[in-house]
Design a protein around this ligand. Structure first.
Ligand code: C5P
Length: 237
């Protein structure tokens, strides 16, 4: 199944931009080179959800990265609204009630639900501070299994987690990987980065890329280069 996805559709460009006008200018600049966009808190809460609907109407795919977590009924109503936007992916935190509500509510739509197992900014001590008795790797594995049992469509994970998670959940779930840096790009605030080729080799299905495209002198050329790297890496699998 994952095999039939075009290399271009595996690149998700993160529109980490404060306003819709600037986002639209970037989308116009990227043109046909990019088919999949991610809209997160910054743009989503600044008019970006209307932009998501517009992009979907224009034939682009949209990943709404709002990481929902609330009581089941509220999550379900939110998921229904995001499905109506025509979005392709929506993130939720990997709590069983939340995941179950989201999976049930997306039935009958084209929306796929991705779970965030443990935020990558958390280490074992941060988890302890939240009251968790598990460390990061244990909790990631436990939540990945729960997500799979509930019918979640995919997981957001670092390139380093991808190979391990592939071993846990098999091939049925999509792995969506941020923290991507083509060779020669600055890591910025990302602690663990991987090149597109390495992330694909580790088992990632989709790559989320922000600054290496948005801050490139030629964003379209940067996106084209990443798609070419994805294509070559998939060919080598
Ligand atoms: O600019 P950069 O390529 O680092 O952007 C990565 C995108 O992926 C950002 O939108 C960021 O919020 C998101 N992300 C991440 N790490 C996670 C989850 C999401 O970098 N664990």
């Amino acid at each position: 199944m994952a095999q039939t996805i075009e290399p271009r559709d595996r690149l998700i460009v993160a529109l980490d931009i404060p306003g819709v006008a600037d986002a639209e200018a970037m989308i116009a600049r990227l043109g046909d080179s990019v088919s999949f966009y991610k809209i997160g808190y910054q743009l989503g809460y600044a008019g970006g959800l209307s932009l998501a609907a517009e992009l979907a109407r224009a034939g682009k795919k949209v990943f709404v990265d709002l990481k929902l977590h609330d009581i089941g009924n509220t999550v379900a109503r939110g998921v229904e609204s995001v499905a109506k936007l025509g979005a392709t992916f929506l993130t939720v935190h990997a709590y069983p009630q939340t995941m179950k509500a989201a999976v049930d509510a997306r039935a009958g739509s084209n929306l796929k639900i991705l779970a965030v197992t443990v935020l990558t900014s958390y280490d074992d001590n941060d988890l302890k501070d939240t009251g968790s008795r598990f460390g990061v790797s244990e909790l990631v594995a436990m939540r990945a299994r729960q997500a799979q049992a509930i019918g979640i469509d995919g997981l957001v994970c670092s390139g380093e987690e991808a190979a391990n998670l592939r071993g846990i959940v098999g091939t049925g779930m999509s792995l969506v990987t941020p923290g991507i840096r083509p060779a020669g790009n600055a890591a910025g605030d990302q602690k663990r980065v991987m090149t597109p080729a390495r992330a694909i080799a580790a088992g990632a299905d989709y790559l989320v890329v922000g600054r290496p495209v948005m801050e490139a002198a030629d964003p379209k050329a940067a996106a084209d280069a990443i798609v070419a790297e994805i294509k070559a890496a998939r060919g080598a699998l």
